[in-house]
Design a protein around this ligand. Structure first.
Ligand code: ATP
Length: 235
């Protein structure tokens, strides 16, 4: 289980998120929705140890990891699929996947996991020796997800996985997220596409101006007038 307790963090001396209380029970999919600049990315980066926590705590299975270095947090079981994919364009697809497994050293099961990733994403297998920069946006998103899975995370953090992708590709990405979660990986999903996020999540939190303003089951949020008005539009 991933737990944020009164977490405040930001850039320089300026807080970007304040007093965040959030729980992601093991095995669930939790989404974080909110407008641009609400603090969703900052929350994920703080969990990963990439943005400094000013106060409060990040706990993983009860263990405090708040001030752990980023590589130790990956080793503890948290992987990030960053906003904008951030694959290494000048490296092959396969080498990008290997980067994801670097924390596992010479673990002999890395090769089996690579096979599993290729079975999940056959397009990546077809393109394994191509430069990652030559992939389409959807393929790069699959690669970014595959790279994160290569670390064998307990908790997968996804930052705006649907951004900039065509609708049919977005559907594939969400189906993949649902499947990864169904196979036992805990998921914390940040999305602008609240409708899709709430369809795949068990629980959701709404962020505004650096704070979590409310949270509920995804089903209840999808019917909540405040969420409909602000994030789901008229239907
Ligand atoms: P988006 O959907 O646009 O990514 P978000 O909800 O993820 O929005 P954040 O990116 O976490 O929001 O931004 C929260 C606040 O922190 C904003 O006010 C933003 O301007 C500020 N911020 C983000 N990154 C930095 C940075 N590197 N340095 C200083 N301030 C930053």
């Amino acid at each position: 289980m991933l737990e944020l307790v009164k977490l405040t963090s930001g850039y320089g001396s300026v807080a970007a998120v304040e007093d965040i209380d959030l729980t992601v029970p093991a095995g669930t999919c939790v989404c974080l929705i909110g407008a641009n600049g609400a603090g969703k990315t900052t929350t994920l980066l703080t969990i990963c140890g990439l943005v400094r926590a000013f106060s409060g705590a990040v706990r993983l299975d009860g263990r405090d990891v708040t001030r752990s270095p980023a590589d130790r947090i990956v080793r503890a079981g948290v992987s990030l699929v960053p906003e904008g994919r951030r694959v290494v364009a000048s490296m092959s697809v396969e080498d990008n996947l290997k980067v994801g497994a670097y924390v596992r050293g010479s673990d002999p099961s890395v090769a089996d996991d690579m096979e599993r990733i290729y079975a999940r994403f056959p397009r990546l297998r077809e393109r394994r020796f191509q430069y990652a920069g030559s992939l389409s946006g959807g393929e790069q998103q699959m690669l970014a997800m595959g790279r994160a899975l290569m670390a064998r995370p307990k908790v997968l953090l996804l930052d705006e996985p649907s951004m900039g992708l065509a609708p049919h590709v977005v559907n594939d990405i969400f189906a993949t997220i649902a499947d990864i979660n169904a196979q036992g990986t805990t998921v914390l999903l940040v999305e602008q596409n609240a409708r899709k996020a709430l369809a795949v999540a068990d629980y959701g939190y709404v962020m505004e101006h650096g704070r979590v303003v409310f949270g509920d089951t995804a089903q209840a949020l999808a019917k909540d007038p405040r969420v409909i008005a602000a994030y789901l539009g008229m239907r």
